[in-house]
Ligand binder design. Structure first.
Ligand code: GAR
Length: 207
């Protein structure tokens, strides 16, 4: 059984897709051990409570230094004994010690086709604003392992989504979520839980 801890900051629609997948059995052999948010008002925490999933809130704002936060955050995650950590719209930088301890066991969903519109400063709606400003005709989403860089880890799954005439960032964001994010994030977890994903030479291989 794959023990998954989901880290969230906002609405939690990707968390919901994971909860639904686990409950429906489309994500096999998986249990959500806990949800951690840096934002106590995140609706994602309500979703966790509604499904009786243990949750916690820990934010850098609660500590006098980043080092102290990083230590306590790692302890909180360790306590939930994850086999896999899922970043589902989590907006806090992952402590280097956590990346090291959970090498190739942390995945992130990003709302573009990496390497487009990713890296520092590209998160949430900003990604879709940038895609529209550049005039791309196709965008999408990516699930990747987390390494020391920002959105630089090995890519697990990607799905393309068409940009349509007259799209606003909000409309495009919703389409990317519906057509890509809520599909590839649960699918990636199912593949990992099934032991189908390995990393070789910094690239994902399916077995
Ligand atoms: C999602 O679109 C996710 O891809 C994005 O934040 C949103 C969270 O929505 N993540 C990033 O931009 C990370 N760089 P949700 O809380 O409804 O799942």
């Amino acid at each position: 059984m794959l023990n998954v801890v989901v880290l969230v900051s906002g609405g939690g629609t990707n968390l919901q897709a994971v909860i639904d997948g686990v409950e429906a059995g489309t994500i096999g052999n998986t249990r959500i051990a806990g949800v951690i948010s840096n934002n106590q008002n995140a609706y994602a925490l309500t979703r966790a409570k509604e499904h009786h999933i243990p949750s916690a809130c820990i934010s850098p704002k609660m500590f006098s230094s980043r080092e102290e936060f990083n230590e306590r955050f790692l302890e909180e995650v360790d306590r939930m004994k994850p086999d896999l950590i899922v970043l589902a719209g989590f907006l806090v930088v992952i402590p280097p010690a956590m990346i090291k301890r959970y090498r190739n066991r942390i995945i992130n969903i990003h709302p573009s086709l990496i390497p487009s519109f990713c890296g520092t400063g590209y998160y949430g709606l900003k990604v879709h604003e940038a895609a529209l400003a550049r005039g791309v005709k196709v965008t999408g989403a990516t699930v990747h392992f987390v390494d020391e860089g920002t959105d630089t880890g090995p890519i697990i799954l990607q799905k393309a989504v068409e940009v349509e005439e007259g799209d606003t960032p909000e409309v495009l964001q919703r389409r990317v979520m519906e057509q890509a994010e809520w599909r590839i994030l649960p699918k990636a977890i199912d593949l990992i839980a099934g032991g189908r994903v390995t990393v070789e030479d910094n690239r994902v291989k399916f077995i």
